[in-house]
Design a protein around this ligand. Structure first.
Ligand code: WTA
Length: 646
């Protein structure tokens, strides 16, 4: 492979850089040499009620302890809203663009403050206290942000569940964190289609008797079921509530939110983030990575149901007093020009999206992009999965016309914020590389035995030390936290990703090395999909792997062994696809299901996924060592009957 080209910082960007290459190097070096001093300074970007005197208290061994700024107190909502009021009460905080291009809304900091206070009082009236968990299952409307911030205001811990998850998934997430209150909407609206959010909540709550209150935003006006006493309309309850609500004083290490994410084993885990460190990190990364300047329009296309929405639609931008654009719709509705029409309509300066969206739009050609001027754009971002150089170059040339730096930001739900990324004024770019570590971040590449690999190399990506935005525990299961992240390689946080480091020290994320797959930027555990499949009465066994997919990055390939005597019909195949959609949600829809008379196993009964991945990827010429297979004949059958894919 020829070495990829390097794209220097565009001169016009370099001329205005707040952090240029020399400054990045100096700040990075300082952040590693003196993390205490570095973060003590950065922490001051927030308003603290009681200032911290302690900065970092971290031990990656034993039980694992991670604390930042732990003797300080603050309130996240205050920092995202109230403190901006003197200067920005009339400035747009949330610029909402509806699914229907005719609908939009400008919500000022002042209006947002009032809405949050009213909702916080409704929550209090419903008995929500500091430390209680509240589940949020919402479309992309400003009320979703109000709900998160209202929780933060009174010290409740929010758990946002992506609106694309099924009632079944919602049950697990409500029960795991014992929420007694759910905030939702009648229906969501995406690409002209309705999403039955309230109906899904109703179905889920049949199994969640502890939920006593459901607050329902009227979005579409669609007909919904109603449980008297339990359900309340958001507009009625907030209209009757007071607009004054003092903030709760929180310790820096009090939980701010739980966000469920998929791992390589078992059910999704509740990633727990706390207040002080998370907010310092979200705020600082938002400002530095996107080079956010006062008055600019910033747009992150993620959903608030994912961590990207938490850190880079809500907490980071609002902590910085930014105008954050919140988009209800999808990239191809009413047509493939939508993103760029929105950019022109609202004069968006900074645009942050996912590679899967870029690849899908790339397929539509340049015309839909060229229909818009995009003159306001000055910075582009990418997140969620590795971006292939071809898509990167299209983003650079066609969307950005060679003038907008692209920040390819690598991070995870667990990391709270961006860890490996270019800084627009400082970093020469290489298409497909997330480039260099952010301040305070110490990436290391290790082999499977945990030996540090130096220089240009490839292996498992770990982080040698903590950063303030790091998750603190798995909600209710600290043991799982320690086992998942700190036991594979001792004394380090293991990311689950593989990475290559080139001769310039640039990082190239190669994708997950565990059993997590990334489908259209949505993170899924193969184990979850497998357990959904085997829950079907006709399925005896299932193994799920990812395979390369042109648009989605990875597709879902399931090998299914039926119960003896069951026939392998097309009808059953369709039924299993529907079954998984119902069990988890549409994002987990299997792309291909292959009937497997048997699965390749070791003599000790372990499924050899490596082989299944190779077959799914059509690389069965390179199966590698198969000498440990209990029954090599199984593999021949699977190779012979592999599913053709587009
Ligand atoms: C992948 C999303 C390559 C990676 C913020 C990681 C990426 C997982 C990138 C986390 C990127 C995210 N380049 N891979 N720029 N960003 N990933 O928790 O595999 O939904 O471990 O967080 O997405 O996904 P999650």
């Amino acid at each position: 492979m020829s070495s990829p080209s390097v794209i220097p910082v565009p001169p016009a960007v370099a001329a205005h850089a707040r952090i240029d290459e020399a400054r990045y190097k100096a700040m990075y070096e300082r952040s590693i040499r003196d993390p205490e001093g570095f973060w003590a300074e950065q922490g001051r970007r927030l308003n603290w009620i009681r200032p911290y005197t302690q900065v970092k208290d971290v031990d990656y061994t034993g039980d694992v302890r991670i604390r930042w700024f732990h003797d300080g107190t603050l309130n996240a909502c205050w920092n995202c809203v109230d403190r901006h009021l003197p200067a920005r009460a009339g400035q747009t905080a949330i610029l909402w663009e509806g699914d229907d291009p005719a609908e939009d809304r400008h919500v000022t900091y002042g209006e947002m403050h009032e809405a949050i206070c009213r909702l916080a009082n409704v929550l209090k009236a419903r008995g929500v206290k500091k430390g209680d968990r509240v589940t949020i299952y919402m479309p992309m409307i400003p009320e979703a942000a109000y709900a998160m911030l209202a929780c933060a205001r009174i010290g409740a811990v929010h758990s946002v569940v992506f609106g694309g998850f099924s009632p079944e998934s919602l049950i697990g997430r409500i029960q795991d964190c014992d929420s007694a209150v759910v905030i939702t909407a009648d229906e969501g609206l995406r690409g002209g289609r309705k999403v039955p959010l309230k109906a899904n909540v109703d179905a889920a709550l049949e199994h969640c008797p502890a939920v006593h209150s459901v607050i329902v935003v009227r979005r579409t006006g669609g007909k919904v079921g109603w449980a008297e006493g339990r359900d309340v309309w958001y507009h009625e309850a907030t209209a009757a509530a007071s607009r004054d609500c003092p903030v709760e004083e929180m310790s820096a290490e009090d939980p701010l939110f739980i966000l469920y994410t998929s791992g390589s084993t078992g059910k999704p885990k509740g990633v727990l983030h706390t207040t002080g460190g998370y907010l310092v990190f979200a705020s600082m990364t938002h400002e530095a990575v996107f080079d956010y300047r006062d008055g600019e329009i910033y747009w992150c296309t993620a959903d608030v149901g994912w961590v990207t929405g938490h850190s880079y639609i809500v907490y980071g931008p609002l902590a910085n007093g930014a105008t954050t654009l919140m988009f209800e719709g999808v990239p191809n509705y009413p047509d493939a020009s939508r993103f760029w029409q929105v950019v022109d309509k609202h004069k968006v300066n900074i645009f942050y999206t996912a590679p899967t969206a870029i690849r899908a739009l790339m397929r539509e050609g340049e015309a839909p992009v060229k229909k818009a001027s995009r003159q306001s754009l000055r910075l582009l971002g990418s997140v969620g999965e590795p971006i292939n150089p071809e898509a990167w170059l299209w983003y650079w040339n066609v969307v950005g016309e060679g003038r907008c730096p692209i920040v390819d930001t690598w991070w995870q739900t667990e990391t709270g914020g961006i860890l490996i990324t270019p800084l627009p004024g400082a970093t020469a770019l290489k298409p497909g590389s997330a480039t260099l570590p952010f301040f305070g971040v110490r990436p290391v590449i290790v082999d499977n035995e945990g030996n540090h690999l130096e220089g240009a190399t490839e292996g498992n990506l770990c982080l040698a030390d903590s950063w303030p935005g790091q998750m603190r525990t798995v909600y209710g299961d600290h043991k799982r936290f320690v086992e998942t992240y700190f036991s594979t390689f001792k004394g380090m946080y293991f990311t689950g990703d593989g990475a290559r480091r080139d001769e310039d020290g640039y990082y190239w994320i190669t994708g997950r090395v565990d059993d997590v797959i990334n489908v259209a930027g949505h993170r899924l555990g193969t184990a979850e999909i497998e357990s959904a499949l085997v829950a079907h009465p006709k399925v005896a066994e299932a193994a799920v792997v990812g395979y390369p997919h042109d648009i989605k990055g990875q597709g879902i390939y399931a090998y299914v062994t039926l119960v003896a005597g069951e026939a392998t019909t097309e009808e059953l195949r369709r039924e299993l696809v529907q079954w998984v959609r119902k069990e988890i949600g549409p994002i987990a829809t299997p792309d291909l299901i292959q009937w497997a008379p048997g699965l390749p196993k070791t003599r000790s009964g372990k499924i050899m996924r490596r082989i299944l991945r190779k077959i799914a990827a059509n690389e069965h010429g390179q199966l590698g060592d198969t000498s440990t297979l209990a029954d090599p004949g199984v593999v021949d059958d699977l190779v012979g009957n592999r599913m053709n894919r587009a």
